[in-house]
Design a binder for this molecule. Structure first.
Ligand SMILES: [Zn+2]
Length: 223
């Protein structure tokens, strides 16, 4: 079994996330010294900082591992790991250390879920620990590992982020197919690409439906 449930065989491991984020923060502060809230610089879709931030996460969601290979860049958002409302100021909430790259599905589902002190380190996508909390099983489901299966808080996080949803399996299958396509010979790759395109269309239609529903329920705000 792979050690990181967010990765397929073809994905690169996350590396030095903390120090890369720290470097990016320094870069932002140096080029725009007036910056008060780092989050505001990083969240803008067109900014070079958002691009750099996405690169730190290998262009994949920190929570579920979905990738820009499956969904467009615009479907990636910057999440406040500990929700913004629990901080005294936007400046502190928006510090780089509290920001995580999240896909639309994870960020909107997580919403204002509050991660308590006890679980801060365990569930942080930047740390190694989250890899012990969740696993990817042989049927591509994201599951809670045996070590945490009786933990109510972990279960509530898992449910809140909808990590059990079938769409997670489809995304993982698509990610596997992308990896495979890049490695097989051209004729096989062409066949695979056509399957991939069809699956991807279905997946993106489902996503659009979700966004349309979301727009009509304005309480589901990104945090
Ligand atoms: Zn996600």
């Amino acid at each position: 079994m792979l050690s990181d449930y967010r990765n397929t065989l073809y994905c690169s491991e996350l590396q030095d996330v903390y120090s890369k984020k720290n470097d990016l923060e320094m870069r932002i502060r140096k080029s725009t010294p007036s910056t008060k809230v780092i989050y505001n610089r990083v969240k803008e879709g067109s900014s070079v900082y958002k691009e750099a931030f996405m690169g730190i996460y290998n262009y994949k969601c920190g929570y579920c591992g979905n990738s820009i290979k499956n969904i467009s860049k615009t479907m990636f958002e910057v999440d406040h790991y500990i929700c913004e409302s629990s901080f005294k100021s936007k400046e502190v909430a928006g510090e780089m250390v509290n920001l995580i790259l999240a896909c639309y599905d994870c960020n909107r589902s997580k919403s204002n879920f509050f991660i308590t002190n006890q679980y801060k380190a365990t569930l942080n996508p930047d740390s190694e620990k989250i890899k012990d909390v969740f696993i990817r099983d042989d049927f591509y489901y994201i599951k809670i590992s045996d070590n945490y299966k009786d933990d109510d808080f972990i279960s509530s996080f898992y449910d809140k982020l909808k990590l059990s949803y079938q769409s997670r399996r489809l995304d993982y299958l698509l990610l596997n197919l992308h990896g495979l396509c890049e490695r097989v010979e051209e004729t096989q790759s062409n066949q695979l690409s056509s399957i991939l395109r069809k699956l991807q269309q279905k997946r993106n239609l489902a996503s659009l439906k979700l966004i349309a529903e979301d727009a009509s329920f304005s309480e589901a705000q990104p945090t």
